[in-house]
Design a protein around this ligand. Structure first.
Ligand code: ZN
Length: 293
């Protein structure tokens, strides 16, 4: 999620490893812990599951006209039932990394393919589902940036705000056009969907497998840039990307983040061991849907 400025001192790999350990610890405890609170059951065929509306951080911008969420500011979602609880306890989904995708597809009333959604909108749906089923307070373990020790923090999910983006700059083509500071090239970019992000991860994984140094920035740029100086030819865009100046590339990344719709999912916590003021993105793992007591 956004606003990761507070986390730069810890390498993503280290944090990921730490979070994994925490999650494993947690899942191990979970099997002996009490079952989660019962949710509303869909027992009779005529029973209607209550629904709720979730505000989309994207306001429906960036979705093509044929997408169910095109220009939609809010979307209708069902309260979670035992059906969703089964999704959340599926080991197969967790292993395949598609648990949240299945959950989103299950709760949204519109027939959406989770791959086509923007990460920020997905976050909004997941946070709402967590809030409606397991309460407003999300407690989590993370790592202190000052002393690298484990700390516990919590956020109130009912107080989260949407990050405002400058919607006037979004084109009719659901893209954003900017001029790069050094080369002065005019770059048009789109906001990547979850499907785009998994393609990037796949490409990076492939490069690693073949013993190549993965180039994440280049992969990102390839996915997000739609045209350069109004030229949409993939060969020309690719040529531009491979010789892009670092200053321009950084500027593009900053602008991309500036226009990425999301929920402001950050926390602040003073470390009880060293006093460091931790501030960063709230980690969301598969245990996001369990209330820690
Ligand atoms: Zn500390």
């Amino acid at each position: 999620m956004r606003n990761n400025e507070g986390r730069t001192q810890i390498s993503p790999e280290l944090l990921e490893q730490f979070m994994k350990q925490q999650e494993e610890k947690f899942t191990a405890n979970q099997s002996t812990a009490a079952p989660p609170p019962p949710t509303q059951q869909q027992t009779t065929s005529g029973y209607q599951v209550p629904t709720d509306f979730v505000e989309l951080p994207s306001k429906g911008l960036f979705y093509p006209p044929n997408h169910p969420w095109h220009m939609k500011e809010t979307v209708e979602v069902r309260y979670m039932t035992t059906r969703e609880e089964d999704i959340l306890s599926s080991e197969a989904y967790a292993k395949a990394g598609i648990m949240f995708d299945r959950l989103i597809e299950s709760v949204t009333v519109d027939n959406v393919d989770s791959k086509t959604l923007l990460p920020g909108d997905r976050n909004s749906i997941l946070i709402n589902a967590r809030k409606n089923s397991y309460g407003n307070i999300y407690e989590f373990a993370t790592m202190c940036e000052g002393c690298y020790q484990g700390i516990e923090a919590s956020v109130d999910l009912s107080t989260l705000k949407i990050v405002e983006i400058d919607v006037d700059k979004v084109t009719d083509n659901n893209t954003v056009c900017i001029a790069l500071p050094i080369s002065k090239a005019e770059v048009e970019f789109k906001i990547m969907t979850n499907g785009d992000i998994s393609e990037i991860n796949k490409a990076i994984e492939q490069q690693r497998k073949h013993g190549l140094q993965p180039n994440e920035t280049m992969e990102l740029h390839r996915r997000m840039i739609v045209s350069v100086n109004q030229d949409q030819s993939p060969a020309n865009i690719n040529g531009f990307i491979t010789s892009m100046l670092i200053k321009d590339s950084r500027y593009l990344k900053t602008q991309y983040s500036e226009f990425s719709p999301d929920v402001d999912f950050t926390y602040e916590k003073e470390c009880e061991h060293c006093g460091h003021e931790n501030k960063g993105g709230v980690p969301v793992g598969t245990n996001f849907f369990w209330s820690v007591e």
